[in-house]
Design a protein. Structure first.
Length: 94
C-alpha cells in the first residue's frame, strides 16, 4: 500500500517544521499531533514530534514517538530512538 498525506496533512507538516525551526515548539507539537491524529502512520510526523519533545527537555515522552517513527520508516533515525547520541564505543569503536 502506498502511503501519501493529503493536502491538509502536508500543509500542517510544513507549518510544524516552520514552528520547529523557529523554536515555537508548543505550536509545532500541536500541529504534529493533528497530523498524527489524521494519519497515524506518517513516520515523519512521529519523528518530528519526537525531536520536538526532545528539544523541550521531554526525552522520556519523546522515546515512544521516535521508536514508532523508526518502525514506520523501516529503520532508525540518526540518533537511536529514545536516547541521545551514541558514544563512540557503542557505535563500533569509531
Amino acid at each position: 500500500m502506498i502511503h501519501q498525506l493529503n493536502k491538509e496533512g502536508w500543509s500542517r507538516l510544513l507549518l510544524a517544521r516552520a514552528y520547529y525551526h523557529s523554536a515555537q515548539l508548543r505550536r509545532a507539537e500541536e500541529q504534529l499531533r493533528l497530523v498524527i491524529d489524521r494519519d497515524p502512520v506518517e513516520h515523519y510526523a512521529h519523528l518530528m514530534l519526537g525531536r520536538t519533545l526532545e528539544r523541550q527537555g521531554r526525552s522520556d515522552e519523546a522515546a515512544p514517538w521516535l521508536r514508532m517513527a523508526a518502525a514506520f520508516s523501516g529503520g532508525l533515525p540518526r540518533r537511536e530512538a529514545g536516547g541521545g547520541r551514541r558514544r563512540p564505543t557503542e557505535a563500533g569503536g569509531r
